[in-house]
Design a protein. Structure first.
Length: 433
């Protein structure tokens, strides 16, 4: 999941220049006593780094006496620095971070400022965000972070390979999907390429199956103790995942396949489908993958006959900016965050980086691939979200689930044992204890 998380944080902190929406610069003289600074930790790189650097400069220009100190670092480094900062109680004024299990320790340590008052006070800005934008960052009625990206997990498919196998339209149900898998195999085509080496790509399949069986609230209810981890939707999801594996949906050796290799198979036309996040748009639009982009379409993960609907999606508002509880000028930090997450800046980021944003944006649709426009339109119609397993669960819990899931894939345990063993682990190691 490292690649996905790095992409999420990159998007969460990659914002364009604020010149269009920043307050006018004052002509007053600035004394040394007026001087202020904002330090931001981010993993933005490439074009995103350039955009964020430009944003910082425009913010300084609009705020005489303010110095914006942006510290760029690798994903693993920022995680390590945040953990150390929690102990030392010295988080920077603004930090790019995640929801779910990543947010919990910061809230428990009272390390982040409650932004609820700022959010409530600015109706126009708040209404510019998609519904439920703050769900992943609100704990006990208090909102601690502002989302800055909204990736979703979709089924990407190769239109040419679908035609070659005689599959006339994307499947809408699990039964249709399994029937299509047989058609692809009969045509000598790998149905789905999967990066099984990292664990999280297979988790995406299980998550969607559980969501389709029990709805988007199922996993959250289980974490809150309202639903058992052995509830029928979970056990059925394990059975369905095993059914998909046994049908030969994934390529040979998928559990040992890395991310780059799996995606190269899809881009190169060696596999008909891949379940992945919209963060792959930057790769799809690379010069070497233009042919792949032309033949790529997307469809929603198939329904299973459960209570979940097509309006439920894995992903959504994910990656955010938070303000330290010890920031000396929280109002200034909020002005920075609010401007960075405005609809104007989100539109620029969508156009230039092809990232789905949690904003109701208007942008130049002729400047981007039509595939991206269709994804933006789909995002606006989703109403139920689920985070990813490695964000929902702490690291050790996620590792336990991954090990059980892989044992299911290799046939070493049954679906029933997978769910019962995970339920036993969660009971013995409750999240947040």
């Amino acid at each position: 999941m490292i690649k996905k998380l790095a992409a999420a944080v990159l998007a969460a902190t990659a914002v364009a220049g604020l010149a269009a929406c920043a307050p006018a610069t004052s002509d007053r003289q600035v004394s040394s006593a007026d001087a202020k600074s904002l330090t931001i930790w981010t993993t933005a790189n490439g074009p995103a780094k350039e955009l964020f650097t430009g944003y910082g400069k425009s913010f300084e220009a609009a705020h005489p006496g303010v110095t914006v100190n942006i510290q760029y670092m690798a994903d693993a480094d920022v995680k390590q620095k945040v953990q150390a900062a929690l102990v030392a109680k010295n988080l920077p004024e603004i930090v790019a971070w995640y929801g779910g299990s990543f947010l919990t320790p910061l809230v428990q340590a009272s390390a982040l400022a409650d932004l609820s008052g700022y959010i409530k006070a600015d109706t126009a800005w708040r209404d510019g965000l998609l519904p439920r934008a703050f769900d992943n960052y609100t704990v006990d009625g208090k909102t601690y972070m502002v989302p800055t990206e909204s990736p979703i997990v979709e089924m990407f498919y190769n239109k040419d390979l679908f035609a070659k196998a005689g599959v006339t339209r994307p499947p809408t149900t699990l039964d249709e999907f399994l029937a299509d898998v047989r058609k692809f195999k009969d045509a000598g085509i790998v149905p789905v390429t999967l990066d099984g080496k990292d664990g999280w790509p297979l988790q995406q399949w299980y998550t969607y199956l559980a969501m389709r069986n029990g709805g988007p609230a199922l996993i959250g209810d289980a974490l809150a103790g309202k639903t058992e981890w052995t509830a029928p939707p979970f056990t059925l999801a394990a059975k369905q995942l095993k059914q998909i594996i046994d049908a030969g949906a994934f390529q040979k050796g998928y559990l040992g396949t890395g991310y780059d290799e799996a995606m190269a198979d899809f881009y190169g036309g060696q596999a008909a489908m891949v379940l992945s996040g919209t963060w792959i748009m930057s790769s799809l639009t690379a010069e070497e993958n233009k042919a792949a982009l032309a033949r790529t379409g997307t469809f929603d993960f198939p329904l299973t006959g459960g209570s979940g609907t097509i309006a439920d999606v894995q992903g959504g508002p994910n990656g955010a900016l938070g303000i330290s509880a010890t920031a000396p000028d929280k109002a200034l930090a909020w002005e920075f965050v609010k401007g960075a997450t405005s609809g104007t800046e989100a539109a620029k980021l969508a156009e230039q980086a092809l990232l789905l944003m949690p904003n109701k944006i208007t942008y130049d649709r002729t400047a981007v691939p039509d595939l991206f426009n269709r994804l933006v339109d789909k995002l606006a119609g989703y109403t139920g979200y689920n985070l990813f397993w490695n964000e929902i669960l702490p690291a050790q819990h996620n590792t336990e689930f991954t090990n059980l899931q892989n044992s299911l894939a290799t046939g070493d345990i049954t679906p029933e044992k997978m769910t019962s063993d995970f339920a036993a682990y969660m009971k013995a190691h409750p999240v947040g204890s």
